[in-house]
Structures are given as structure tokens and as C-alpha cells.
Design a protein around this ligand. Structure first.
Ligand code: FMN
Length: 209
């Protein structure tokens, strides 16, 4: 299903086309070459001091089933109900300190987000869909995956091909999946001038006259 973002200004096609479906095709695996392209896209993200503070734990129901089951087991029930059909599950992890001197990396999370967004947009360009999740057990993730204290789990990413909404058991999820509404705050609510205190919108995002 297409749910193109009702943008106010032009953006790249994969940005407009990306949305987070609940219905994934259980029978259609992700081609290994496509998965490699998505990780390659993540690899080429910019990062502070080229630290590349990201790591990923990847599970594929066919090709890395134990990892898939471990990641699936971390999800909250509400996410399990639909993510069970996603052929690929991935956990993003951040390294919180610089490798070279052990100092806190204050932009580490920003860099992981850049890598994940590269992954996501590459996947969309390849005809795949992604639904990211913060709803999972972080403590359990640390424990079962042996994530060291130097790192922190960030988000779980479900990747696969979209399926029709009818494949979802839960009628509420079907409705949510079918809901065509896409909403975002307008630019003036989050682009500020900084000239007269916090929160004053920037004249740069006034609509052109
Ligand atoms: C970091 C992150 C965590 C999210 N966590 C969940 C989640 O646990 N469960 C869920 O159903 N959706 C989750 N989402 C999806 C968001 O609800 C969704 O991206 C948002 O509503 C905007 O919709 P769109 O992605 O279709 O544009 C998450 C998205 C992100 C980026």
C-alpha cells in the first residue's frame, strides 16, 4: 500500500514513500543481496570523527533463525502481534565512548540514527519496508545478547516486504495499517531563529510569498 507523505516542499522519493507498515509478508524473504545493500548504506553514514559508533544484531527467519528468535523474544507483546511476520529483525546498538580515548561520544546516538536512516531509505528504494520499534526489553537485550556496558541497545528494526492489511489478525492493527493519514508538525514548530529566546520560529521557514 502506498501512503506518500503529503509534503509541503519537494523531498527525495524514498523519503516520501517510506512509512511504517504493520503487515509484512511472512512468505517473502528478504534477498540476501538486498540486506547487504541496506547494511552497506548504513556503513556509509557520516559520523563524528568517523567513529562509526553503531553495531547491529541481525536475525533472519530463514538464514539466521536463532538470532531472529532471540530478537523476537525481546519485543513487547503489542509489537510481537505483527512483527512475527517480519522475515528480518535487527537490533541497533550504540557504542557510547570513543574507541581511541574512552571519552564520552556526545553525538553517538545521532550517528546511529544516521546509519539507521541510510539503512531505511536504501530498503525503501529496493522495494522493502521497515517498521522500527522502541517497544522491547532493553535489560533482557543486554543479558541475552551479552551487550557490554560500553554499549547500549537502541531500537529494533523489522524489515521485509509489505503484505495486504487483511493478513493481520487484529482488526485494530488492520485499521491502523489502512489509515491513510500521515501527520507531521509544520516546519515553524521545530525550526527556531535563536534570536529572541527558545522556541521562536525562524523566518527561514516562512512560506514563500
Ligand atoms: C525509534 C522508533 C521507535 C518506534 N517504536 C515503535 C513501537 O515500539 N511500536 C510500533 O508499532 N511503532 C513504533 N515506531 C513507529 C512510529 O510509531 C512511526 O514511525 C510514527 O508513527 C510515524 O509513522 P510513519 O513511520 O509511518 O511515518 C517507532 C519508530 C521509531 C523511529
Amino acid at each position: 500500500m502506498q501512503k506518500p507523505a503529503p509534503v509541503d516542499y519537494d523531498v527525495l522519493e524514498p523519503i516520501r514513500e517510506r512509512w511504517s507498515p504493520y503487515a509484512f509478508d511472512r512468505e517473502k524473504p528478504v534477498e540476501p543481496a538486498k540486506l547487504l545493500s541496506c547494511f552497506e548504506a548504513a556503513r556509509w553514514a557520516a559520523s563524528s570523527q568517523n567513529e562509526q559508533p553503531w553495531a547491529f544484531v541481525a536475525g533472519d527467519r530463514d538464514n539466521a533463525p536463532e538470532s531472529w528468535r532471540t530478537l523476537f523474544g525481546l519485543l513487547v507483546d503489542g509489537n510481537k502481534t505483527w512483527a512475527k511476520n517480519a522475515p528480518v529483525l535487527i537490533l541497533s546498538v550504540v557504542r557510547l565512548h570513543f574507541e581511541k580515548d574512552g571519552k564520552v561520544n556526545p553525538t553517538a546516538l545521532h550517528c546511529v540514527g544516521l546509519a539507521v536512516q541510510n539503512f531505511v531509505l536504501q530498503s525503501v528504494a529496493l522495494g522493502l519496508s521497515v517498521h522500527q520499534m522502541g517497544g522491547y526489553d532493553r535489560e533482557k537485550a543486554r543479558e541475552v545478547l551479552g551487550i557490554p556496558d560500553t554499549h547500549a541497545p537502541v531500537a529494533v528494526i523489522a524489515l521485509g516486504y509489505e503484505a495486504p492489511s487483511g493478513s493481520l489478525d487484529d482488526p485494530k492493527l488492520r485499521d491502523r495499517n489502512d489509515n491513510p493519514e500521515r501527520t507531521r508538525k509544520p516546519l515553524k514548530e521545530f525550526v527556531y531563529s535563536g534570536a529572541s529566546g527558545w522556541g521562536e520560529s525562524s523566518p527561514l521557514v516562512e512560506p514563500p510569498k
